[in-house]
Design a protein around this ligand. Structure first.
Ligand SMILES: [Zn+2]
Length: 107
């Protein structure tokens, strides 16, 4: 499965940027595997992650972007819980995902 290069989050286009973890750590001063930059609308992901971890971190950064787009402050712990819940719900319920995607669009 190919990682998308952009996402629309709450009506705003965000770029998904892959970079080595050491570059992200140098830029942020923190040992992160993902980073949400509101000013440039970028979701940065470390290149070293396995695909399932990459997807989990992407959902986490999407949660940060949702908060940024809506002026909401969530703690890192709350963001981690909410993003992990969505990661699990989406991964464990493909019929739910299909229903959400198609509801009201079928003729
Ligand atoms: Zn975070």
């Amino acid at each position: 499965m190919t990682l998308p290069s952009t996402m629309t989050i709450c009506g705003v286009s965000w770029k998904i940027v892959l970079m080595p973890a050491k570059d992200m750590w140098e830029k942020t001063g923190m040992s992160l595997f993902g980073h949400c930059l509101e000013a440039s609308s970028e979701l940065r992901l470390a290149t070293e992650m396995e695909p399932d971890k990459e997807a989990q971190v992407l959902i986490h950064e999407v949660m940060h972007a949702v908060c940024e787009n809506n002026g909401i402050k969530m703690s890192e712990k709350d963001t981690r819980v909410a993003s992990n819940v969505w990661f699990c719900v989406l991964r464990d319920n493909p019929e739910f995902v299909e229903y959400i995607m198609k509801a009201g669009k079928e003729s």
